[in-house]
Design a binder for this molecule. Structure first.
Ligand code: AMP
Length: 494
């Protein structure tokens, strides 16, 4: 298949082509080129593509054609799409509305943080397509509101993020309730060993397709790093916002509490800023996002969980108040700017303490990102792993004795969600993305399921902060605690 072929060459139906051109798409993106014909052929697919590459249409378009050639049964959706965050699930649902404009397929969106009533009503309309975050789907399933035995196509979107957020046990549990004969598509921004293992678990003879992450394609983004001392970050941010022609900016912090602190500080100094993170109730997240998209506020201070997957056009700046722990998150963050051929600016405030993470980012994006002092002088990071070199601008002179100051414990490199999250997985789920969990008494919690499954999610289970005390059993729940309590008939066992 030639990459210069248009949508019409990919095998999609006429009504779908009309919807695609109605959406204003002129040509398929690389992932669409590669994935659409394969999905139409009915094969399983492991797609390595990030949000921003047009990945949603790469599965949504062929799925619409596949589903429109058959009929469903009441209460039995034929397609299930699992997404790790509410925002991504909402965006997928919006895309299905756009692409399905000329079809009469019904869809339902099941996400945590919202009431059950409307979602149950949507389920009552016999949707063909279910778009869900894992926890809410399990809740609905346990309430007997949905049957998954009719699912013909399963999509697991942002599998790497599912892994980071500890949702894989939930996904495994959901997959166990699906028919074995089905088509499964799994998308992930990275294809590390754990994702490949999950691919083997969920997919049968998958075809693998991969596209370059946006960081390597978005030549429209100009990167810069400013070397500051930790206590200077807020001042540096304000100077930056005043000096740069910032029309709209996403300002990323690594921790939720810093999102609030930075946002409050900006507001105190007269900036038009709002905060967005996973601890906020869903309706406030939605309102804040809408206000930013509408241009009512021009600065959004956010965490990675909230910021990831946001499809916001025309963000002039992405500012990393903190260097992300994972280099992939840098790619995700800056992918919010320089979209659709526009110029974008990605500026990172870095301290010497963050030198290691900066190195990992430079290696991943394969670009030397210019580093300067706040005054614009060239600077260098001092990654000395020994005793703490006093945070400074520029490199310590060789003849200068190291300071006696003790270097604070080095941060472990881990996902921002792990850093954001509370120690208990349930709390992390509730806060971050998907769930408010009114479980029925006696229903098996997903944590219990995890205990039985015996597999701990990768990158999960680390306490939110190294200094946080471990309460009770901490993250470890022995499997026997998850076993159902046997109800003996009267007289038995006496
Ligand atoms: P996604 O990676 O699915 O989040 O898509 C990112 C953005 O690209 C969304 O705003 C889509 O509407 C848009 N998009 C998807 N496919 C195309 C295309 N072929 N041409 C132009 N824009 C597209």
């Amino acid at each position: 298949m030639e990459l210069n072929e248009g949508f019409a060459d990919l095998g999609l139906s006429e009504p779908l082509l009309a919807a695609v051109s109605g959406a204003g798409y002129e040509a398929p993106t690389p992932i669409q080129h590669k994935a659409i014909p394969l999905v139409l052929r009915g094969v399983d697919l492991l797609g390595c593509a990030q949000t921003g590459t047009g990945k949603t249409a790469s599965y949504a378009l062929p799925i619409i054609d596949i589903l429109s050639s058959g009929t469903g049964k009441p209460r039995m959706p034929r397609c299930l799409i699992l997404a790790p965050t509410r925002e991504l699930a909402q965006q997928i649902a919006d895309n299905f509305v756009t692409y399905g404009a000329n079809h009469s397929l019904r869809q339902a969106l099941l996400i945590g943080g919202e009431g059950f009533t409307l979602q149950e009503a949507a389920l009552g309309k016999d949707p063909d397509i279910l778009i869900a975050t894992p926890g809410r789907l399990i809740d609905m399933f346990e309430r007997g509101r949905i049957m998954l035995g009719g699912v013909k196509v399963l999509v697991i979107d942002e599998a790497d993020r599912m892994l980071d957020m500890g949702f894989i046990p939930d996904v495994e549990r959901i997959v166990q309730t699906l028919p074995r004969i089905r088509q499964t598509l799994m998308f992930s921004a990275t294809l590390g060993p754990e994702i490949k293992r999950l691919g083997k678990e969920f997919l049968i003879n998958p075809k693998e397709v991969s596209v370059a992450p946006p960081a390597t394609v978005a030549g429209t983004v100009r990167h810069a790093m400013i070397l500051v001392e930790p206590e200077e970050k807020r001042v540096a941010l304000r100077v930056l916002l005043r000096d740069e022609a910032v029309q709209s900016a996403l300002i990323f912090c690594n921790r939720k509490k810093d999102v609030d602190i930075v946002c409050a500080s900006l507001q105190r100094h007269g900036f038009d800023a709002r905060a967005l993170h996973g601890d906020m109730v869903q309706h406030r997240r939605t309102e804040t996002l809408a206000a930013f998209k509408e241009g009512e506020v021009n600065l959004l201070v956010c965490s990675d969980v909230a910021g990831r997957g946001l499809d916001i056009e025309a963000v002039s700046h992405v500012i990393n108040f903190d260097v992300p722990y994972n280099p992939e998150d840098y790619v995700h963050r800056i992918g919010r700017t320089g979209r659709a051929g526009r110029e974008g600016r990605a500026i990172t405030l870095a301290t010497h303490e963050e030198a290691e993470a900066v190195g990992a980012i430079s290696a991943l994006v394969n670009t030397a990102i210019p580093l300067t002092t706040p005054e614009g002088e060239p600077a260098e990071l001092d990654a000395t792993p020994r005793e703490k070199a006093r945070p400074r601008r520029g490199r310590r002179r060789r003849d200068e004795p190291p300071t006696a100051e003790k270097r604070p414990a080095r941060r472990r490199t881990r996902s921002p969600e792990a850093a954001e999250s509370k120690p208990k997985r349930e709390q992390a789920r509730g806060a971050n993305a998907t769930e408010s969990k009114p479980r029925r008494e006696g229903s098996r919690s997903t944590d219990a399921a995890e205990g039985r499954g015996g597999r701990k999610p990768a990158k999960q289970g680390a306490p939110a902060r190294e200094d946080e005390p471990v309460t009770g059993l901490g993250d470890h729940v022995p499997a026997f605690l998850s076993d159902p309590f046997p109800v003996l008939p009267p007289g038995a066992g006496r």
